[in-house]
Design a protein around this ligand. Structure first.
Ligand code: AMP
Ligand code: MG
Length: 404
């Protein structure tokens, strides 16, 4: 039992090995194509955002000191207009987003103003600085905006655009080769399975998981349970990709050829992970190309990808990952028997009057992919632990693990 490798230990090893490799080449992309890619530069603001004080309201710009007296309205400044300097004892009609003219130090919203025959009277209060969005309140020139290793989210693209950037320096997306081992597999669309056959679902799960990470998928298809075929497929995958991921064939059965062939072509560690679903996981290299051999069971593929392969690939891609916030939910189930592996139960989180509640998908078998499809989180049950109904359990959101 002690030979089981804890998940954190395996994770530490794969991530350290990825960080020890050279980073991907940096390329320049159009900002609109940058979604999900990883910044390869530290972005420093070269200007203030906003670039000048502007109005947060439709209303009137004036000097707060003048607010008690009737003021002639001497200019009109819609958004986009430059405006002119405001003389003391006058006011400017102004609209949201318009530059506050020099000489004005406050904006009064129009609901608190009466304008009659070109004269403005103010009914509400007027304090210096009110309703003005200050120059540089979002970004200050010469300060850090986004750091190398940041995965660009939609709001990050917007932030870079607000600085006037039309491109970004990012790491070239990883090319990841996937291969599905197993004589029993046939491709969807290629007819009805004969007795003993089943459709290759892992190919689709893995391809989707990789695309969600904005990586390039090199699909190497199905590989027969045969040493020569396995060796050939692994070699050609390694030649075309930055990383190779296989599913199936890493147990120690006589039909499991991945292990022997990777050992022949490079180097391999075969781990018995303290993880459920999962357990057999191979990690090594083919030539110098990193290799991860995931188990074959569809749910094990998903869970081991999310917990081990994803952080590994993200590290290879140059992502500086901040630790995800730890979330807890009340167990809507019990775990009566302590396990020797850390169990990742597929659960659905929902909001209840007493907080976040986790319901367990009824069938947690590693072959039941529905358990992942019909869940939105994994509940982490550490080895040796039991859980009573209502106990707090740590949960990992699938959106954070398996989406961009
Ligand atoms: P293995 O690790 O190769 O012994 O596979 C374990 C289980 O996962 C077996 O029941 C396989 O039939 C199943 N399996 C392996 N690869 C796939 C795949 N690509 N799609 C669906 N099921 C698979
Ligand atoms: Mg197999």
């Amino acid at each position: 039992m002690s030979s089981l490798l804890p998940v954190e230990e395996a994770l530490g090893r794969v991530v350290a090995s990825a960080r020890a490799r050279p980073t991907q080449a940096a390329v320049t992309v159009d900002l609109l194509d940058g979604l999900g890619l990883v910044l390869a530069e530290d972005v420093i603001a070269d200007l203030d955002v906003p670039g000048e004080d502007n109005s947060a309201m439709d209303g009137y710009a004036l000097r707060a000191a003048d607010a008690e007296q009737p003021l002639p309205v001497v200019q009109r400044i819609p958004a986009g207009a430059p405006g002119v300097k405001l003389e003391p004892g006058t006011a400017a009609r102004i609209f949201t987003g318009a530059a506050v003219p020099d000489g004005a130090d406050a904006v009064v919203m129009q609901e608190d103003c009466i304008e009659q025959n070109g004269l403005l009277r103010i009914s509400g209060i007027c304090k210096v600085g009110q309703n003005i969005r200050r120059r540089g309140q979002d970004l200050l020139a010469n300060t850090a905006v986004l750091a190398t290793g940041r995965t660009l989210r939609p709001q990050d693209l917007g932030l870079l655009a607000s600085l006037g950037r039309a491109t970004a320096r990012v790491y070239q997306p990883l090319r990841v080769a996937i291969l599905s081992t197993g004589d029993e597999l046939i491709e969807p669309g290629s007819g009805t399975p004969r007795r003993g056959q089943l459709y290759n679902s892992n190919r689709y799960t893995l391809s989707g998981l990789l695309r969600a990470l904005h990586m390039e998928v090199i699909d190497c298809g199905i590989v027969a349970d045969d040493p020569q075929a396995t060796a050939q497929a692994l070699q050609s995958a390694a030649a075309r990709a930055d990383c190779v991921i296989s599913s199936g064939g890493v147990s120690v059965g006589e039909e499991d050829h991945v292990r022997n062939q990777v050992e022949r072509l490079g180097q391999l560690d075969l781990w018995k992970l303290a993880i459920k679903p999962g357990k057999p996981l191979a990690f090594g290299r083919i030539g110098d190309t990193p290799f991860l051999g995931l188990p074959g069971n569809p749910t094990s593929v998903f869970v081991t990808f999310c917990l081990i392969a994803r952080p590994f690939l993200c590290a290879l891609q140059g992502v500086e990952e901040a630790e995800a916030p730890r979330l807890h939910a009340q167990a809507g189930f019990s775990v009566d028997k302590p396990g020797i592996r850390c169990e990742y139960l597929r659960v659905t989180l929902s909001n209840t009057a007493t907080g976040l509640q986790a319901e367990r998908f009824p069938n947690q078998s590693s072959g039941v992919l529905s358990s992942v499809s019909h869940s939105n989180a994994l509940a982490v049950i550490p080895p040796g632990k039991t859980v009573a109904m209502g106990d707090p359990v740590e949960v990992l959101l699938l959106d954070g693990l398996a989406a961009s």
